[in-house]
Design a protein around this ligand. Structure first.
Ligand code: NAD
Length: 339
């Protein structure tokens, strides 16, 4: 299969590219990535060395550029698209929603439109549990839960989901959607909770925790999400959205304390900061549809996943240094400085 992966230099995309090339000897991947602050070509440098120009091709560009997308689809004779490319950080969407609408909504529409015109027979759009909004202390999101996004980020992702739905209903375009809970694992940019806490704890810096720390997330090891995307690509029904979760619901404070304990650091490093506006209280995923239709089951427990993640960040200090540009530091200082 000749596959276009967008956003392959980001966290989940990079893990997916590695996994697919390792698992499927007949897969060729073209990675279209704009290399925003969150995209790091270095993450895939070993692949470029091993498979570059053969089973792996990198194209630097924007999914919202229709001409470029059409060229890539034709030139590489693409048979399927997996769209990971996005602006993905909720805090940044609160500061400025514009890039979220441009990439997540307009970019997805350009990809859908171009792929439809060129009759690409498979398209997987990677979405998130955040499109469903927030839950009370009980219950889980199913694929039937109405979309009720609360942040500019999740609103842009929900808009893209609606476009996917419309392309299926209007044009019969074979797009399937994945909606997954919070990912963690190697190559995650250190602005998200788990790598941020690992980074700060290992430096002995204070760990900023929003509000009372009791917001609950379902945590999934990134390779389990990649498995879900792979199964959707290979077996998913066109027009269908599939939920994926990791079976690991935890309040943020528990995740932070687990990291501190594993690194032998004191809980006194925790600093509670002013809550994020519109902060969803709890997410939980019912992924029984993916279990039934796709045979999906997460393979990593939270304990296994967090152990692997800690080991990866310990052994990849160079990567961690390389992604922390001046722009990253400036954002982190302003954002957490104000809170
Ligand atoms: P990320 O921010 O780490 O990576 C995004 C990648 O997309 C980067 O490489 C960036 O350079 C690229 N990109 C951004 N705008 C682009 C554009 N206009 N054209 C081409 N490339 C562009 O994100 P991630 O955490 O890997 O998330 C990937 C996808 O999975 C996103 O769609 C996100 O909404 C979804 N998702 C993430 C999580 C999570 O916990 N991280 C959970 C569920 C769903």
């Amino acid at each position: 299969m000749r596959l276009l992966v967008t956003g392959g230099c980001g966290f989940i995309g990079a893990n997916f590219v590695y996994m697919m090339l390792q698992k499927h000897s007949d897969v060729v991947i073209v990675n279209l990535d704009k290399l925003t602050y969150a995209g790091n070509r270095l993450s895939l440098a070993p692949l470029e060395k091993q498979h570059g120009g053969k089973r792996y091709h990198f194209v630097h560009g924007d999914i919202a550029n229709a001409e470029l997308v059409a060229h890539v689809l034709a030139h590489y004779q693409i048979e399927a698209v997996v769209n990971f490319a996005a602006e993905s950080h909720v805090d940044r969407s609160i500061t400025d929603a514009t890039p979220f609408v441009t990439t997540n909504v307009l970019g997805t529409q350009v990809l859908l439109d171009t792929a439809r015109r060129m009759e690409i027979p498979r398209f997987v759009h990677v979405s998130t549990d955040e499109v469903y909004g927030t839950l009370g202390p009980t219950g889980k999101f199913t694929e039937e839960t109405p979309l009720a996004p609360n942040s500019p980020y999740s609103a842009s992702k929900a808009s893209a989901d609606m476009l996917c739905r419309a392309f299926f209903e209007t044009h019969g375009f074979p797009v399937a959607i994945t909606r997954c809970s919070n990912n963690y694992g190697p190559y995650q940019f250190p602005e998200k909770l788990i790598p941020l806490m690992i980074l700060k704890a290992s430096r002995g810096e204070s760990l900023p925790v929003y509000g009372d720390g009791l917001n609950v997330r379902d945590w999934i090891y990134v390779l389990d999400h990649c498995l879900g995307v792979e199964l959707t690509l290979l077996k998913g029904k066109p027009g269908q959205a599939y939920n994926f979760g990791g079976n690991a619901e935890k309040p943020n404070i528990e995740v932070v304390k687990t990291i501190l304990a594993a690194l032998g650091k004191p809980e006194s490093l925790i600093t509670y900061v002013k809550d994020r506006p519109g902060h969803d209280r709890r997410y939980a995923m019912d992924y029984s549809l993916a279990q039934r239709e796709l045979g999906f089951n997460p393979e990593y427990s939270f304990e296994q996943g967090i152990e692997r993640t800690l080991a990866w960040y310990r052994d990849n200090q160079d990567w961690l240094e390389s992604v922390q540009s001046g722009a990253y530091r400036a954002f982190m200082d302003t954002w957490y400085g104000e809170r």
